[in-house]
Design a protein around this ligand. Structure first.
Ligand SMILES: CC(=O)N[C@H]1[C@@H](OP(=O)(O)OP(=O)(O)OC[C@H]2O[C@@H](n3ccc(=O)[nH]c3=O)[C@H](O)[C@@H]2O)O[C@H](CO)[C@@H](O)[C@@H]1O
Length: 368
């Protein structure tokens, strides 16, 4: 094996693909500090900003996703796909990687396809319990597929599947001795129950409306709330709540200190995005999941059901949330035994050290 290796990581589109990709890059560098990692993403997408912020170089392909509604637009998409394949081939020839890792999202399609054709080992990482289209198409040529859920033989060749879990941030587990710090950070009281409301990296409209519509109930129940609205809904929620919420209801667009928020949450209301679920499992949190109905192949419902089937979370459908979300949350907060059962089952589903395990898999496939 060479002393220093070069890796390409490709994919992106949402935080859900990008943050795991960065965690994998960090794990590769931890294992071999001299190694070099190049990212390939899609021009104009979120990865072009987040990856350099994490200290890595990224090059964009002129690719975009296929439009399922406007078929004519796909003619130009095909041309962009062809251009992207050419650019990916040039980049791979020049960079000469030892392995190429795909984390899902259409940006990874051309890079991984070209790499496999050139005989370079390709490794896939699938975050969700229902595999994305790009990863499904790439799987037959991949050296292995690192997954986060059981039962992924539905999508990938059985002998290539490795259950590693999703690589998530290392610093989410707060030292129990620092819980007081977390209460102080949010100006909340230790003696009261705390509900954490998160809607994925961008916030969730239905969850916001469900909380807003039943604010009185929450306040009457004496529950403290940390409510992440997402940046698009923040001004609207802030205006609607200004002056009529007690100080123990925190309304924010984004929570930078998720370790503090998780540490003091008795119950978490969340979308069922892959990283959010992996975090809830790792920390053994009691949760109510409201899957987004607006994602490809309804994959968030599949993610949520993986927990519900093991009595590890409660699921409420998006359409039912305005009616029942707050009632269910209050009921759960008052039922310590039920919280404990859900939390224990959820923790049992956690996968530990995922980024490190994925990095080890990648190294296994590097040619000697
Ligand atoms: C709408 C959409 O397309 N969502 C998809 C997106 O998820 P999306 O990027 O929304 O969400 P995930 O749940 O995977 O990850 C959210 C991340 O943001 C963090 N966070 C969240 C709120 C906050 O205030 N602060 C904060 O730091 C969470 O701790 C977590 O690490 O990619 C995932 C992985 O493919 C998919 O499963 C989701 O279906």
């Amino acid at each position: 094996m060479k002393a220093v290796h070069r890796f390409i990581i490709s994919g992106g589109g949402t935080g859900g693909h990008i943050f795991p990709a960065i965690a994998i890059a960090n794990a590769l560098k931890e294992r071999e500090p001299q190694s070099d990692v190049l990212f390939i993403g899609a021009e104009g997408r979120m990865e072009m900003e987040k990856v350099p912020a994490a200290g890595y170089q990224i090059i964009g392909l002129p690719i975009r996703g296929f439009d399922r509604k406007n078929i004519l637009r796909n003619i130009s998409t095909l041309f962009l796909l062809w251009k992207s394949m050419r650019k990916a081939r040039k980049l791979i020839r020049k960079y000469n990687p030892d392995a190429v890792i795909g984390v899902g999202g259409y940006a990874s399609g051309p890079t991984l396809k070209v790499a496999a054709k050139m005989g370079i080992p390709t490794i896939l990482q699938e975050q969700n319990s229902y595999a994305g289209v790009t990863n499904k198409l790439l799987a037959s040529k991949a050296a292995c597929c690192c997954v986060a859920y059981e039962g992924m033989e539905r999508f990938f060749p059985k002998d290539k599947i490795i259950l590693t879990g999703n690589p998530i941030r290392q610093n989410l587990q707060l030292d129990p001795e620092k819980t007081d710090e977390a209460y102080q950070y949010f100006h909340l009281e230790k003696s009261k129950k705390t509900l954490l409301v998160i809607g994925g990296s961008l916030g969730a409209r239905t969850i916001n409306q469900s909380i807003l519509g039943q604010l009185d109930k929450l306040q009457q129940a004496g529950v403290q709330v940390i409510w992440q609205t997402g940046k698009y809904y923040f001004e609207q929620m802030k205006a609607a709540t200004d002056g009529n919420v007690s100080p123990n209801m925190i309304v924010t667009d984004f929570i930078a200190h998720m370790d503090y928020a998780y540490a003091i949450a008795d119950v978490v209301i969340s979308r069922a995005g892959a990283s959010s679920i992996s975090e809830l499992c790792l920390l053994g949190k009691t949760s109510i999941l409201v899957p987004s109905p607006n994602v490809a192949e309804d994959h968030q419902t599949h993610n949520a059901m993986a927990l519900v089937n093991k009595d590890a979370a409660i699921m409420i459908r998006d359409a039912d949330a305005p009616q029942s979300l707050v009632d269910e949350a209050i009921k759960l907060l008052n039922d310590t035994d039920r919280c404990k059962t859900l939390s224990t089952h959820c923790a049992a589903m956690a996968q530990h050290n995922s980024a490190k395990r994925i990095a080890e898999e990648i190294f296994k496939h590097i040619p000697a």
